[in-house]
Design a protein around this ligand. Structure first.
Ligand code: PLP
Length: 376
C-alpha cells in the first residue's frame, strides 16, 4: 500500500527539533520565558503590528479579543458563516449572539454588502453589534478595502480571524494587520505550527495588556495572589514558542511549496469541469498563502464530493469537504443568519486537496491520478 498522503500535515525539520531541545536545555520549560517574548516580537514584526500575545490556541485569541471589544450576553457579533467552528465558538463563550453572514461566490469569503446589511438590520432592531469577525478562508484575505470602509462608516470594530491566512495579503497589507485585532492559529495543520497554539495581534496596546492579564488567570499586580475578575489559562509555553520561531524562519519556504503544489494541480486538471476556489484574482491585489487548495466541482461532473473523497481514501489520500457553514450546523440551529445559499452551494460541491508543504511531487501526482476520474 502507498504511504498515506495527508491534507495538511506539520512540516517539521531538524531546525524545529534543535529549537525545542535548546529551549528545554535552557531550563525554561515552565510556561513563558525568553522564547515566548522573542516569538511575539518576531511575528509582530513580520505582520507589521505593534504587539502580539502568544496563546494556547487561535480560539483563545479570538475569545480574549471579543471580551475586550465588549462581547457579552445581549450583544451580537456578525461573523462569516463559512468557517471552522472555532470562530463561532469563541463568540458563544462570551454569551454574545453569533449572527452568520453568507459568502461571496469567488472565494467563499464573507460578502461585504451582506455583512453591512446584517449590521444595519440588527441595529435597526435595537441590537448592539459589538464586532464584525471576518475569516480569511483557506489562506485568502477578505475584501478589506470594502469591509474596512463599511465598518468605519458604521463604527463597528473589526476582528480578523487570520487563523488560516498568515503570509497572505490584501492590497499590499499582510493578513493579521486588519482591524482592531487579529487571531492567528498555530495548530498542527495550519500554515505553520507550534503543535498547538495561537497569537493575538493588535496595534492597540490597551487591548493586548487586557488580554495578557486575562490570559494569565487575571492576577492583580501585587506580591500575593489577588484576583478581582475571572481569568483564563491561555498562554503559550516557552518550549512551543521555540518550535514556532523555527517554523517562522521557514514560513516563506513552506508557503512557496504550497504555491507550487497548487500550480501543479491547476496545470494538471485545467481541462476538467471544476474551478479553484479563490485564485482568479483580476486586479492582483490579493496574495494567497495557499494554505489549502480547494476545488469546486462543476454542474456537469456527475460525482459528489463524498464520492471523490471516498476514492481518495481508497488510494490512501486524505481529502475533505469545505467547512460546513455555521448556519447549517445543528449546534447553531437557533442562531440568526443572513444567507444567500452561496456558502451552502460551495460546501455541497467543494473539496479540499492535500496541500501540505511537506508533500513531494510524487504525492501530488497520485492525487492528480485520482482526480482524473472526474474527466470520465
Ligand atoms: C484553526 C482555526 C481556528 C482555531 O484555531 P485553534 O488554534 O485550533 O484554536 C479559528 N478559526 C479558523 C478559521 C481556523 O481555521
Amino acid at each position: 500500500m502507498n504511504e498515506r498522503i495527508f491534507m495538511s500535515r506539520a512540516d517539521i525539520s531538524d531546525a524545529e527539533e534543535d529549537a525545542v531541545r535548546r529551549a528545554i536545555r535552557s531550563g525554561w520549560v515552565a510556561p513563558l520565558g525568553p522564547e515566548v517574548d522573542a516569538f511575539e516580537a518576531e511575528v509582530a514584526q513580520r505582520v507589521g503590528v505593534k504587539g502580539a500575545l502568544a496563546l494556547s490556541s487561535g480560539t483563545a485569541a479570538l475569545h480574549l479579543a471579543l471580551l475586550h471589544l465588549g462581547a457579552r450576553p445581549g450583544t451580537a457579533v456578525v461573523v462569516s458563516s463559512m468557517t471552522f467552528a472555532a470562530s463561532a465558538n469563541a463568540i458563544a463563550y462570551t454569551g454574545a449572539e453569533p449572527v452568520f453572514v453568507d459568502s461571496q461566490e469567488q472565494d467563499g469569503n464573507v460578502d461585504p454588502e451582506l455583512l453591512f446589511e446584517a449590521i444595519d438590520t440588527l441595529r435597526g432592531e435595537g441590537t448592539e453589534v459589538v464586532a464584525a469577525m471576518t475569516v480569511d478562508l483557506l489562506g485568502r484575505c477578505c475584501n478589506y478595502t470594502a469591509i474596512e470602509a463599511g465598518l468605519a462608516e458604521r463604527g463597528v470594530p473589526l476582528l480578523e480571524d487570520a487563523a488560516e491566512s498568515l503570509g497572505a495579503s490584501h492590497a499590499g497589507r499582510p493578513a493579521g494587520a486588519f482591524g482592531q485585532a487579529a487571531a492567528l492559529s498555530f495548530n498542527g495543520n495550519k500554515i505553520m505550527t507550534t503543535s498547538g497554539g495561537g497569537m493575538l495581534l493588535s496595534n492597540d496596546e490597551q487591548l493586548l495588556d487586557r488580554a495578557r492579564y486575562l490570559s494569565t488567570q487575571a492576577r492583580q499586580p501585587v506580591p500575593w495572589y489577588e484576583h478581582t475578575e475571572i481569568g483564563y489559562n491561555y498562554r503559550l509555553s516557552n518550549v512551543l514558542a521555540a518550535l514556532g520561531r523555527a517554523q517562522l524562519g521557514r514560513l516563506d519556504e513552506m508557503i512557496h511549496r504550497r504555491r507550487v503544489i497548487r500550480r501543479q494541480y491547476m496545470n494538471a486538471i485545467a481541462s476538467l469541469d471544476l474551478r479553484f476556489l479563490g485564485t482568479a484574482d483580476a486586479d492582483g491585489s490579493d496574495v494567497e498563502n495557499c494554505w489549502l487548495t480547494a476545488i469546486i466541482l462543476g454542474d456537469d461532473i456527475p460525482h459528489t464530493p463524498d464520492e471523490v473523497i471516498g476514492r481518495m481514501d481508497k488510494a490512501n489520500i486524505e481529502a475533505r469537504h469545505l467547512w460546513k457553514p455555521m448556519h447549517l450546523q445543528p449546534v447553531f440551529r437557533n442562531a440568526r443568519s443572513f444567507s444567500t445559499g452561496t456558502s451552502e452551494r460551495l460546501y455541497r460541491r467543494g473539496i479540499t486537496l492535500p496541500s501540505g508543504s511537506e508533500l513531494p511531487d510524487s504525492a501530488t501526482t497520485r492525487v492528480i491520478e485520482v482526480l482524473n476520474i472526474l474527466s470520465r
